[in-house]
Design a protein. Structure first.
Length: 461
């Protein structure tokens, strides 16, 4: 029964490898076209050990058995982030075109790190990046790279910012500060603290206003305290918890005047700049030195991709280009090498699913799908306000709605949340605000309906 191992068995065009590819593509096709995506839920390590262990063996268990194990046991133990009732964290809602094209990226073995190897793919990715840069009001020379996610995007941008500050000091004959400082809002995403940790720099948290927005005066005050030690200011274009957009214009006025790098963390919210109604909320982004937005959030691409843009990509290049003898042939050329713009070397052409989907449907469909989420958030916020026993914590700015069920403790919220998932009705985990438990709907999917949301609210009665 067991095949004799032979070096090319796993690669050759045999009946066996053809059947293996078919098994996988058949399942992928079915999953991509599910009429009712199951929400599913996690299992314990114990249950999974009981149901799914023993798949790694010297002779293998075969394509069919392994695929069946995935379909019947492992996949149902993963919550579907594209389910219309998935409303926690930031959901995903990849377009059909982007899901399907992701399979082509996998099948094509493209090295997306260097122009020499991946020029066609990189050209297409750059078309998307340049379109985004234009929408954000960045100058024609702006450019960047798709990196793994917002965390790596923020880290890469901040590393470039510090490198630029160091070079400026060196050229001016100034010593570097004992500790570099990055200024951000107290409401900034945890990935900024993670980047600061990795870079061994300090964070100065500027105080936002009562509505959670950071303004230029608070940034100016932080710059007053920390002076030349500050190498970057981070403004958030849509906080994850509330969708709050900082007052970027007033912050940019301060950073421009002081000559400090301005980074915009728009991982979730900057997509709303593509929509006329919310574009003005982001005024000032055009002054940014670097910007990120995650296509795997509100630009309807599959995991995982972050578009990182630099006003002046040569600064990113100077900071990130890796030097090695075996790479000299790449780094000596004047080519556009995406690896040189972020913390990475080998790179999947992870911007291609978004490119294909944008090319397929056109940008108007994207604007419409983003608008839908903003409208739905407004509508459900009004509904929450009108219901006895529920109260809105803040008016939604984008597509995140935070509210509370009067009189409930964290334990009440948790029990309710578990029941909602057990019933496969929705995935809504409690969040917290100012030390108090709250509920939060993060709306991304155009398949999330008002009726689904009100049916979830009904269970809070
Ligand atoms: C999600 C998010 C991040 C982190 O992005 P990942 O892709 O999860 O690494 C950073 N900043 C903000 C504002 C986010 O919403």
């Amino acid at each position: 029964m067991t095949e004799t191992p032979s070096p090319a068995r796993m690669h050759a065009l045999s009946d066996e490898t053809r059947a293996t590819v078919d098994v996988v593509l058949d399942y992928a096709r079915r999953r991509a076209l599910y009429e009712d995506v199951p929400l599913d839920k996690p299992l314990t390590p114990r249950d999974l050990a009981r149901l799914a262990s023993g798949s790694i063996t010297p002779a293998g268990i075969g394509a069919r058995r392994a695929a069946a194990l995935f379909e019947n046991v492992l996949a149902p133990a993963c919550v579907s982030t594209d389910h219309p009732g998935y409303l926690s964290f930031i959901p995903s809602a990849p377009t059909k075109a982007s899901i399907a094209f992701d399979l082509i990226v996998s099948a094509s073995a493209i090295y997306g790190g260097s122009w020499m190897e991946g020029s066609g793919a990189i050209f297409a990715e750059n078309e998307v990046l340049h379109w985004l840069a234009g929408e954000f009001g960045l100058p024609a020379g702006a450019g960047g790279v798709f990196v793994q996610g917002g965390t790596i995007g923020n880290l890469s941008a901040l590393v470039a910012a510090r490198d630029a500050a160091r070079r400026r000091n060196r050229e001016a004959g100034h010593p570097d500060p004992a500790r570099w400082v990055v200024v951000c809002s107290a409401e900034a995403h945890s990935s900024i603290a993670s980047a600061a940790e990795v870079m061994d720099v300090d964070i100065a948290k500027a105080i936002p206003d009562a509505a959670g927005r950071l303004h230029g005066d608070a940034v100016a005050a932080a710059l007053e305290v920390h002076g030349d030690a500050v190498f970057a200011v981070v403004a958030t274009g849509g906080t994850t918890n509330f969708g709050i957009v900082d007052d970027i214009a007033s912050i940019a006025a301060v950073t421009t005047e002081r000559g400090v790098w301005l980074h915009i963390d728009g991982a979730y919210g900057l997509a709303a700049m593509l929509v006329d109604r919310t574009r003005l909320l982001f005024a000032g982004v055009e002054h940014a030195d670097s910007v990120i937005v995650d296509p795997h959030k509100w630009l309807f691409a599959p995991f995982d991709a972050c578009a990182l843009l630099y006003r002046d990509p040569s600064i990113g290049l100077r900071a990130h280009t890796q030097k090695a003898e075996y790479l000299d042939t790449l780094t000596d050329a004047a080519d556009w090498n995406p690896s040189d713009l972020g913390v990475q070397l080998t790179r999947r052409a992870r911007g291609l699913p978004l490119w294909y989907s944008l090319a397929t449907y056109g940008t108007d469909e994207y604007r419409a799908a983003i608008t839908y989420g903003i409208d739905l958030a407004r509508r459900i916020a009004d509904e929450i306000e009108s219901r006895e026993g529920l109260s809105l914590v803040r008016d939604p700015q984008l597509s995140v709605v935070v509210f509370r069920r009067d009189g409930w403790t964290l334990a009440d919220y948790q029990a309710w949340s578990e029941r909602l998932l057990d019933d496969q009705h929705g995935f809504v985990v409690p969040s917290s605000h100012a030390g108090e438990p709250v509920l939060r709907f993060a709306i991304i999917s155009p398949l999330t309906t008002f009726e689904l949301l009100t049916s979830i609210l009904d269970t809070l009665a």
